[in-house]
Design a protein around this ligand. Structure first.
Ligand SMILES: [Zn+2]
Length: 254
């Protein structure tokens, strides 16, 4: 686990294979995403490392319902119960009524690639096959500052999943892009703003289109769901990701 101080009272934490973020205001914390089930210890350690306690978490924001982003939340809720928020279109997945995640059947044909095979093994050890249920999650209000530490603003950014949401911290000039826009991934050698492989996206074309809303945000720091922090304007990040996107992202819908 690595903790990166991104801005005043904004900390990105890199876990086994994904990032989550802590935003502090006074003693209070907002947690955005929470790694894999096996990241539980790292989530708690990160909170304590910055001088807080798990009991300081006032609420968690979820970018999307995949196991590498919500994995530690059920166990955290047993330690300290705090409200959970995600986009309303993500709630059926959190209730276990719908699934939008690449399955073993999607990934296995790619496993002849050494990078992918090693990666798959890491994920299995991290708890990738666990099914996460968080039926208590509430629908997040989008477009206005939320009543949570750091006053984050939720913006729907569908494509990776139907209810994928990004979080803007206007005071800090930071955007938490989840898996809509990443900056690096073990299955590729590319570094910099980019899209996850298309097989992980529920709607690749929709994802490509929705990047336009990220480009319009006035912020100079991008904290992705995977990869290192990236400094620069969102417009430039989106342009770079679009320029390197595979053709499947721009193919006209039938
Ligand atoms: Zn992810």
């Amino acid at each position: 686990m690595q903790i990166h101080a991104i801005a005043d009272d904004v900390f990105m934490v890199s876990g086994i294979a994904s990032n989550w973020t802590l935003v502090r205001e006074g003693r209070d914390l907002t947690l955005i995403d929470a790694g894999y089930p096996k990241d539980l210890g790292a989530v708690i350690a990160a909170v304590e490392h910055i001088g807080n306690r798990v009991e300081d978490i006032r609420g968690a924001l979820i970018t999307h319902a995949h196991v590498d982003h919500v994995g530690a939340l059920p166990q955290l809720q047993e330690i300290h119960r705090f409200p959970l928020h995600a986009h309303e279109h993500e709630l059926p997945m959190l209730r276990g009524e719908a699934h939008e995640q690449a399955t073993a059947a999607d990934v296995l044909p790619q496993c002849w690639r050494p990078r992918t095979a090693l990666w798959t093994l890491t994920l299995l050890r991290a708890g990738a096959l666990s099914s996460i249920r968080l039926p208590q999650t509430q629908a997040v209000r989008t477009g206005t500052a939320l009543d949570l530490p750091g006053a984050p603003v939720a913006l729907a950014c569908p494509g990776h999943t139907s209810g994928h949401t990004i979080y803007h911290l206007p005071r800090a000039g930071v955007v938490l892009t989840g898996d809509a826009l990443i900056t690096g991934h073990p299955v590729t050698s590319r570094v910099g703003p980019q899209l996850l492989p298309a097989l992980t996206a529920h709607d690749p074309v929709g994802l490509y289109d929705t990047l336009g809303s990220i480009a319009q945000i006035d912020a100079d720091t991008l904290v992705p769901g995977h990869g290192p922090v990236w400094r620069g304007q969102m417009r430039a990040a989106v342009a770079e990701a679009r320029a390197s996107a595979a053709p499947v992202f721009t193919r006209p819908r039938p």
